[in-house]
Design a protein around this ligand. Structure first.
Ligand SMILES: [Zn+2]
Length: 260
């Protein structure tokens, strides 16, 4: 009786221990870009303290913090000597034109999401802002899935904030993400070898999506999606990964040992 009880208690802990403690979605600046940035050395110290390996994501492409070779080079130099991975969250589809392949090659990974979304009139809408109006939900989803497919067709390693829906559609998440819509993007991710991020901040994608993606042979990554606050807080990622039966082999970890 006692041994049975012990097995029940220990099994989940052992499974969780198998999963890599990695947070690949960390921004060193505040969300509003006004909060002082955290220095890479301080992020490295926090990473050591937490026992979670960090990947730092700069943001941009042809616009934003990173918008040319000089700004990308400065970011790479800033993080180079620290035991941190160097990533870039890209926006738009033209980033390869603004950043040299040599500098891009010095990044450990590139991530992209679909949250800067072109509305019907061609204007970009920022889906993460509260009170965003997207019109008819089904029509939005069809256009959103097609846009995500385009994002996933790029030479990137991580699909960030996957399956996120604007606040007003949140209550309908499970109904809107039909099996057909899920499968279209899961197939795109698998086909293009893009890891599907399990995002602690938005708590996406759903367990149903993760199970379906695992069955299709997808890989996953862990991300807190933190801006200074909440770095390395990946408990949600570990918990849902464990619930869905993911193991270390399912989780994307950059090849380079950080700091080398
Ligand atoms: Zn981000």
């Amino acid at each position: 009786m006692i041994s049975k009880y012990l097995i029940l208690l220990c099994a989940p802990v052992m499974l969780a221990a198998d999963l890599p403690k990695v947070d690949l979605h960390i921004h060193l600046h505040g969300e509003d870009h006004n909060t002082p940035e955290m220095k890479p050395a301080d992020a490295a110290a926090l990473s050591r303290k937490m026992g979670v390996r960090f990947g730092i994501l700069a943001e941009g492409g042809c616009r934003g913090d990173i918008h040319d070779n000089q700004t990308l080079g400065e970011f790479l130099d800033e993080v180079r000597d620290q035991p941190l991975w160097r990533g870039l969250q890209v926006y738009g589809f033209d980033w390869a034109n603004c950043l040299s392949s040599d500098l891009r090659g010095q990044l450990d990974y590139i991530a992209a999401d679909a949250l800067v979304f072109p509305d019907k009139n061609g204007k970009s809408i920022w889906l993460w802002l509260p009170n965003i109006e997207v019109g008819d939900a089904q029509d939005f989803m069809d256009r959103y899935v097609a846009f995500n497919e385009r994002v996933l067709s790029q030479p990137i390693q991580i699909w960030a904030n996957p399956t996120y829906v604007p606040e007003k559609l949140k209550a309908q998440y499970d109904a809107l993400w039909t099996p057909a819509r899920m499968d279209r993007l899961i197939q795109a991710a698998v086909r293009n070898h893009v890891a599907i991020e399990i995002n602690a901040h938005f708590q996406v994608p759903s367990a149903a999506f993760i199970r379906r993606a695992k069955a299709a042979g997808a890989k996953f990554s862990f991300g807190s999606n933190s801006h200074v606050k909440g770095m390395g807080e990946i408990d949600y990622c570990l918990r849902i990964a464990q619930q869905c039966g993911l193991t270390a082999a399912d989780i994307y970890v950059p090849a380079r040992r950080p700091g080398r």
